[in-house]
Design a protein around this ligand. Sequence first.
Ligand code: G6P
Length: 372
Amino acid sequence: AAAEKGGFSSFMDKEIHDQPHAVGDTLLGRTDADGRLVLDDLRIDEAVLRTVDKIIVVACGTAAYSGHVAKYAIEHWCRIPVEVELAHEFRYRDPIVDEKTLVVAVTQSGETMDTLMAVRHAREQGAKVISIVNTHGSTIPRESDAVLYTHAGPEIAVASTKAFLSQITAAYLLGLYLAQLRGNKFPDEIREILDDLREMPRKIQTVIERGEYVSAVARSMKDATSVLFLGRHVGFPVALEGALKLKELAYIHAEGFAAGELKHGPIALIDEGQPVFVVVPSPRGRDSLHSKVVSNIQEIRARGARTLVIAEDGDDAVLPYADEIFWIPQSPTLMSPLLAVVPLQIFAMALATAKGLDVDQPRNLAKSVTVE
Ligand code: G6P
């Protein structure tokens, strides 16, 4: 087993280090000689994809958070409404699904029973289903109309890492493909976004190389009993995923919030010494989200929070309010989740390790849940 871990202390550690490849390999071979996207495994009539008027992503756990991230990108690029639904909630609420609905099932294993049942329900209602799957030969792609494989390689650790990054990547490819097909974007625009995506493996590698500082901070916090995570826009699902990793691995209370929601309730939780991660949007992004999140950091720090800030290289605005800063390379806003989640994965792994826990096999959890 030690050999399979390739010299890493755990499968999770190895899989975190695999992430640049997981993203790079998921991008490989998706364009033709003219640079146009071609998704080979996508055997749904183009005419049908042109008439889609709604997308519903169904998934569980980490895969569902990748769907949350993808929603921001697909709506922005394609102007199609995207809902993200936990697969086990989907069919029980009598969802509005018809021939013009595209259901996207996201799953690492391809075997999650909740997700499979959602796929079956969607197809019974006449929807087309595309699954985004990592495991070849699994059940969900067989029961879907089309499949887009992530090329993350086998993921052994129960807590998902590289599958998450590759799911975001594949969902982005699907979004760009739809934008190309439906004429929402000029070929040049799509090429530029693909170029941005192709820059990401190198940047992810940079974040991993900065991991030792994250680990040291995590070790110093091994007695923490509660950690909060804040994010906004695509940083919101990143916060949710960071909290999930910490619950799964370190067995401590962790919760993610949309930063804008802070004032509507969660700020009451803040008192002296409460650790709070804040995922800060790029200062170069639009909509003044950056300054709003910086104000949030200021507000919680004034109430005693210990602020653990994830910010872009060069973002000096966070310096006065951050107790710890985990820098990530600059990237376009929609690409930033591929970077911002990495310190949160490393943090959860290092804190759990410092507590003497098995990060590959957390208690009570299974890698793939094949019961409803
Ligand atoms: C289990 C795992 C999670 C995973 C979820 C969905 O609960 O412990 O890590 O995110 O299933 O799995 P899937 O294989 O469908 O992505």
